[in-house]
Design a protein around this ligand. Sequence first.
Ligand code: GGG
Length: 352
Amino acid sequence: MASHNIAVVPGDGIGPEVVDAALPLVEGAAADSGVTVETTRFDWGTEYYLDHGEMMPDDALDRLAEFDAIFLGAVGHPDVPDHVTLHGLLLPIRKGFDQYVCKRPNVLFEGIESPLRGYEPGDIDFVVYRENTEGEYADVGGREHRGLAHETAVQSAVFTRRGTERIVRAAFEAATRREGHLTSITKSNAQAHSMVFWDEVVADVSEEFPSVDVERLLVDAAAMDLIRRPHEFDVVVASNLFGDVLTDIGAQITGSMGLAPSGNVHPGGEYPSMFEPVHGSAPDIVGEGVANPLATVLSWSLLFEDLEEQRVAADLWQAVVDQLGDDSAPRTPDLGGDAGTEQVVADLQSRL
Ligand code: GGG
């Protein structure tokens, strides 16, 4: 019987609500396929920060390194600046474990109405490969002359050849497994160093993938085209910041942030990968029991796919597809329903 040790970091806000609700379902789905999931919970995040002055302990990465994968709920708290929560937990894990592929599927599921006119389920199906360890989130910069009229803040983006080539290559590989169309997003008209470099890397790597059709878009045009013609996207590759922004658009045009899963993948197996719903901690609905657990369940599906437990991955994904396709099934308020998190999970359970 296959067995996997998974570290679970529920985090802040609705993170623990969706993670705790989904966990028994996920363990059950795995057991049905003969897979044992051993989870260890780490209550790190903003509550931990308020008690200890740090989002997670100094040896957190050493402890997480022992696991086959990590599942994260959400980070963010109204009383703590967002850069503290992000730089205290999420980004150190992504960077520390070299999780350089942030994979974010955007699918318009059966039963979901896109806010875009004329789009039917199945019409939108693309995946964003977001660079996840450097770029605009490299944390290089500083501030001088605080509070003075000539106060200055500098934030540098870092694009290395190794870092750019590997995310671009991962996206090309994905395109060969999908429809063979890759859209590379930059702002190379305005950012004549890093983004022109990115374009050059894409051109170089494209020679290894002659069957892939490459489109280049500026990020402003891409934001527009994701609304205007989302059906034409297949694989999108973008820098850390641009990928972050565009995947929120992707979530909206496919129905809800509550349906958007993601994987922070370290391809090589040296370190664990981390999976998380794209949504944040949603302080506006914390404690109401109405957070949508589906992005969490879909993210677990991505986790099992990465662990090559294809049957568990497919069962979880299909249960969500079946539920969304059933117009009598319970739905959380973000999808127009009035059901709670637990009700949605109980219904999913009946479909497994
Ligand atoms: N589910 C993880 C989470 O809480 N994300 C909030 C966030 O701000 N993420 C930024 C990012 O993905 O870089």
